[in-house]
Design a protein around this ligand. Sequence first.
Ligand SMILES: [Zn+2]
Length: 293
Amino acid sequence: MNLKNAVNLIVSEYRAKLSKAKENYRVALSRHKELYEAEKKLRALILDGAEDSEIKVAEDTKRDVIRSLGYSDEHFDPLPACEKCGDSGYVNGVYCDCVRKRAGRETLGHSAPPFTFDTSDLSVFSKDAKEMAEITYAKMKIFCEKFPHTKNINVLLFGNVGVGKTYLASCVANELERKGFNTLFLSAFKFNDLCLKYHTSFDNSRADGLNAVLDADLLVIDDLGTESVLKNVTLEYLYTVISERMNGGKHTIITTNLNTEQLGLRYGERIHSRLFSERVCLTTELIGKDLRR
Ligand SMILES: [Zn+2]
């Protein structure tokens, strides 16, 4: 997506939020007499040209009424998603950072599947696999709690086909997204494809795609090992992108069906020692039968 379209998207989303809030307020006014009275009093003061201090008191009263009715401030008065530009897309006449990020994300078009820790159910694992799943889930919950100040910057999540690696990685991404971090969830295939496009093209929107990969607070590369190995691309970009992210203090989670040995054989010692060594990488595993059967 180009930057101009990204601005339009950001602006129209904020407008939609505002108009929804306005409708919420209209409904609340018709439901709660005390709110209606507080609003009426405030408007009368403004119309009469009352003192600022008097208006301020009436505003505070109205806010107290809203809170006492159990509404959040956000319900009637939503904040823009971006503090810097107030969801206008521009700061001092130039594109805000949020526009570039948004354009990149829209170009990639991939957020995590909608799984969360709240909806996860470890009873689907067989008896012997459940213990391992509990340990791995606990580790990943701690990772989310500590984020971005986690012990390890990368996570390698091993496991056979269908044991729920994608599910767990999605839970993490969605939890961090909920906490306000910017996450990006890509299949290894998509990641490889994106790198190839970047490698073979000078088109700006594609550079935005790679920038989004570098900028995201959390990047998930799902199912590493299923992509084809392209000369000068697959290994090189995997190394460069994750190294670059590590230099910037950004976290990456990789899920894979390969075991350590296969991973080493396929991606080589340099990648293994820099990206997945014990010092920088939390390695964990899910086991069991294919849960999708
Ligand atoms: Zn912005």
